[in-house]
Design a protein around this ligand. Sequence first.
Ligand code: AMP
Ligand code: ZN
Ligand code: FE
Ligand code: FE
Length: 281
Amino acid sequence: MIDLHTHTTCSDGTDSPRQLVNKAIAQGLEVLGVSDHDTTSGWEEATQSLRGPLKLALGAEISCLTTDGVSVHMLGLLFDPKHPELQRVLEETRDGRLPRMRAMIEKMQAEGMDISIEDVERVMPVGATMGRPHLADALVAKKIIKSRDEAFVDLLHNNSRFYVSHLAPTPVDAITLIRRAGGVAVIAHPFASHRGQILKPEDFADLVVAGLNGVEVDHRDQNPDERAMLRVIADELDLVITGSSDYHGTGKLNSLAENHTNREQWAKLESQADARRVVSA
Ligand code: AMP
Ligand code: ZN
Ligand code: FE
Ligand code: FE
């Protein structure tokens, strides 16, 4: 099985890269994508942990914001991790997450909630890309809520009064960068409508012009109608179709490889990268 979208403790997952690779090996996966939010810091440990027939498609899930303020997640896979411009954009996005977290916490404090940036830093792995799930963990530690999932129903939802966005590239800029760095770009869960505002079908054409390679169709946050609409779009625009778990360890219900990508689609995607950067043991 091929699962191209997962997270580790380098962002908001709860397994270290080593633990994730070990799980993928134990489950007999063929290809594992490691795609932490806005960072490539897990690549080295994942590579060092590799053994047996498993292959790694190393990448990152780049947080993007359209000019209309729609949040989009762009998976970049198989790019050159040393590409200076790409790394600069990832760093800027990570840096923007601290003031964004402070702003969200200030809004909570203004309503009398007992939460601080130190509470978030206490529950976060050192060096991880800071995200709302860490704020959720801090709220759980403070017994304000019971779980990450409960946090996203209301307090931390994109439509919440506490929500603040962070600095991020546009989807077109992210795709351009990923392709310039030799990788392939797959738009993650584009129709996950329950998370908030989503792209419109007519928005995809510009992304294809920028170099978009694929679209994540099978993802637990997209219902059958949303997946069907995406299949039509992928067909019309000749985009690779992927399915993935978006595994986050115990941070989410998603289990590893619960959705997966078929071999032909993976072969097509891999062939569109500029070099064979798939990692084998
Ligand atoms: P952030 O990058 O800080 O905006 O947080 C985004 C992350 O929060 C996602 O990658 C998910 O891990 C998590 N998340 C977003 N929306 C939801 C949701 N509706 N339910 C559960 N987790 C979510
Ligand atoms: Zn996440
Ligand atoms: Fe995502
Ligand atoms: Fe993800």
